[in-house]
Structures are given as structure tokens and as C-alpha cells.
Design a protein around this ligand. Structure first.
Ligand code: PLP
Length: 411
């Protein structure tokens, strides 16, 4: 029987249930049936404590509860309230003092920055480029607005960033289209946990210096996990390298407060440009506002007000930073526990540095995930392997998982 489709296809595939939320629902159903101890739910992209409860920084919770009605109920300007636009630049760039012209436009989470960057800096039908291990919503966002997604091979045989594949794909796509958006999710990439090194960044900048002058590239650096990779200053050291990009390659930071403030549902984020000229920066702001107006209009004001309050109060800011360091250390311990155990038993992971996720390459990810589900272990099958969220399970469970995954792959 041919399925009746009411929705206009517009070149899109008609999706079934969201894979990750679907698996999570099955995990919750098993918890209801067999109890918490029978289930390891390593699918969730949020930091949970060892009991599986959401961790929210108390400093954020308190700041949120103190908001006045005008701080959460009034409309925010489309680009965001001025205090937020200033605060978010500090939050994203840390101690780095940019040389160029910086503009920030509020977006609903990091997702909004990805959507707006694609819509502003590509033509309908264009292809967006990212690595072959990638966060699946990149493709959803691209397809929803009539763009395609292509990938370069993330790692070479030496388990290093594959600069040759990156160069080949960038130049190949630019032969076919005038505009290109490139998304690099680093540090603590989802789904692998890889962070580009300074050497990797120098390679990227060298390649982008080969972009023909009549082409235009937006380099979107998706830093959703930047405050969970390790030392917050260390992981911002790539920013000065971007100063060596040519004027027709625009770096944009896709910032998300979801992880940084443990405020996933607040839908707070921003797109921030480090533009070489005032004109490009001002166009970035007006085009960002236009794209926002035509999709979600203005963003939720509460998150912006929380961020503005934090950056107006040094003591509060220090408290947020300290609290985050504590939960980050917990996350780093979990990642290390998984990594060390995997090494010990000979389970090969994709190069991992830090972050919410570890990925394991395998041949039939769906079958591996299904086998693990039978044992109450829920992970996410991807195209080239399976993804484990170390953010959502205890250190103890992180030590147990490698052996179970190895068994499921080899059986
Ligand atoms: C790679 C990556 N980018 C961006 C985001 C954006 O998240 P949000 O829109 O919730 O801020 C996420 C969230 O899971 C992510 O994993």
C-alpha cells in the first residue's frame, strides 16, 4: 500500500519518530517496568547526576527565580536585549579580545544559530559541509530550509583531523556554488568528543586561505560544548588563529547557553560574528534579525535576562564558573573512566578528548544498539557507529559499558 502523505515533500524525506527521543522513550518505559537499576540510559544529551536526575547549577536556578515580570514576560528585541548581546560575547570569547568587528544576534539555543547561518549564508539548494561524524540535526535543519548536507572524512588513518579530506571537499563544493557554510563542532565534538588542536586550526585556516576570492564562505564554529572540554581559557586559544582568515571567509561562533548554564529548556543562544569589516558585521546583524523575524521572531527573554544578570555581577559570575567547574570535573572523570576501560579491554573508540559523548565505530550500529537494548543498555546508533552519553550515566556505569559494547559488536 502506498502511504498517503499530506505534507508537501519539498525535497524532504518524511521523518518517522526522532531516533534519539524514541530510544529514550523505550528506556523510560523499561525503567517503569523493571526499575531504575535494570537500565543504563546513555542516550541523553544533558548532564545527569549518578541517580539519573538533571543537574542544574543552583546559581542559575536562583537567578532565574529572581527575574521580574519585565525580565521574562516582555518581548525582547529581535537581536536580543543589549545587556545580553554584550554578555554573550564575553561568555563565548572569554579572555580573547577580538581584533575585528563583533556582532551578536540572539537565537533560540545553538540550534537557532545553525539555522540562521545556513539560511543567511547559502542559497536554496546549496550544500553545507561538516565532518562525517556529525550531530544529526545539522541535516534536519539543512533539509528543512531546502539545503543539502555533505561531509568530509573527520579522521585520517593516524587518527588525526583529516585536513586533506577537508581541503578536497571545500574546494570541490566551491567549484559548484558561490557560497559555502562549513560547520565545525569543537571542542568536545558531538558525537565523538574530539577537539581540534591548534595545529588542526592552522591547517583549516591555511585551506580557507585557498578559497577563490570570488567565493564566500561562512565558517560556523559550533561551540555548544566549549565549557565542558576542560580548562575554559585553554579551549578558547584557537580564536586568535581565526584572525588569519581572508576577508571573504567569515567566522561565526554558534553559542549555546544550554550546556554552559545547564539551562537546556531556556532556549538561549547566539550567533556571533568576528567580522573583518564594519559593513560585514552590520550586514550580519541585520540579516540575522531578518532570518529570526521570518522564523521564530524574537527569542525567549528569560534566558537573556539570566545571562545579563550573571555578567553584571562579578560575584555571581564567579559562582556560576565555580559550580560549572565542579560538574565539568565529574563529566571529565566519567569520560576518562570510559576511555581507560575501553583501552584496557581493546575497544577502539573514535578519537576522544572530552565532552558529553564517546563514539565507537562498528559495522551494524542498529544491530549493536538492539542487542544492548535487550540487556537494558540504551545507546544511540549512528551511521558509522554507536554513541554513548557519558554525561547521563555514573562513573561506575561508564566503567561497565565498554565490555558490554565490545560483546555486542563481536557476538
Ligand atoms: C553539536 C551540537 N550543536 C548544537 C547544539 C545546540 O543545542 P541547543 O539548541 O539546545 O542550544 C547541540 C545540542 O545538543 C549539539 O549537540
Amino acid at each position: 500500500m502506498i502511504e498517503y502523505v499530506m505534507a508537501a515533500k519539498n525535497g524532504r524525506t518524511i521523518p518517522k519518530e526522532d531516533k534519539i527521543f524514541g530510544i529514550s522513550n523505550r528506556a523510560n518505559a523499561m525503567i517503569d517496568e523493571k526499575g531504575k537499576d535494570a537500565v543504563i540510559n546513555a542516550t541523553i544529551g544533558a548532564l545527569l547526576d549518578d541517580n539519573g536526575d538533571l543537574m542544574v547549577l543552583s546559581s542559575i536556578d536562583e537567578t532565574f527565580r529572581k527575574l521580574t515580570p519585565s525580565e521574562y514576560a516582555a518581548y525582547a528585541p529581535i537581536a536580543g536585549i543589549p545587556a545580553f548581546r554584550k554578555a554573550v560575547v564575553k561568555a563565548a570569547l572569554g579572555k580573547y579580545e577580538p581584533k575585528g568587528y563583533v556582532e551578536a544576534v540572539a537565537t533560540p539555543g545553538g540550534t537557532g544559530s545553525i539555522r540562521n547561518t545556513m539560511s543567511v549564508y547559502t542559497e536554496p539548494g546549496d550544500t553545507v559541509l561538516t565532518s562525517d561524524w556529525f550531530w544529526a540535526p545539522y541535516r534536519t535543519i539543512a533539509s528543512e530550509i531546502g539545503r543539502k548536507l555533505d561531509t568530509f572524512v573527520f579522521f585520517n588513518d593516524e587518527r588525526k583531523f583529516n585536513i586533506a579530506s577537508f581541503e578536497e571537499k571545500v574546494l570541490e563544493l566551491l567549484e559548484k556554488q558561490e557560497h559555502l557554510v562549513i560547520i565545525l563542532n569543537t571542542p568536545a565534538h558531538n558525537p565523538t568528543g574530539y577537539s581540534l588542536t591548534i595545529e588542526d586550526w592552522e591547517g583549516v585556516v591555511a585551506v580557507l586561505n585557498k578559497v577563490p576570492a570570488d567565493k564566500k564562505v561562512a565558517l560556523l564554529i559550533d561551540v555548544a560544548y566549549i565549557d565542558f572540554a576542560g580548562d575554559e581559557d585553554e579551549y578558547r586559544k584557537f580564536l586568535p588563529v581565526l584572525e588569519r582568515l581572508p576577508n571573504h571567509v567569515l567566522p561565526i561562533i554558534g553559542y549555546s547557553a544550554s550546556k554552559t548554564l545547564t539551562a537546556y529548556g531556556m532556549r538561549c543562544g547566539a550567533m556571533i560574528c568576528l567580522a573583518p569589516t564594519k559593513e560585514i558585521a552590520s550586514e550580519f546583524k541585520s540579516m540575522g534579525e531578518f532570518a529570526s523575524r521570518g522564523s521564530w521572531s524574537n527569542c525567549s527573554k528569560a534566558g537573556q535576562s539570566v545571562m545579563a544578570r550573571i555578567y553584571a555581577d562579578e560575584e555571581l559570575q564567579a559562582r556560576v564558573t565555580k559550580e560549572r567547574a565542579e560538574i565539568r570535573d565529574m563529566l571529565l572523570r566519567r569520560g576518562k573512566a570510559f576511555e581507560e576501560e575501553a583501552k584496557k579491554i581493546g575497544l577502539v573508540t573514535v578519537p576522544f578528548d572530552a565532552g558529553f559523548f564517546v563514539s565507537i565505530p562498528c559495522d551494524d550500529p542498529d544491530a549493536v544498539a538492539a542487542k544492548l537494548e535487550e540487556k537494558g543498555i540504551f545507546i544511540v546508533p549512528l551511521a558509522k557507529g554507536v554513541r554513548v552519553s557519558v554525561a547521563s550515566v555514573s562513573e561506575e556505569k561508564c566503567k561497565l559499558l565498554p565490555a558490554e559494547i565490545k560483546k555486542a559488536i563481536e557476538d
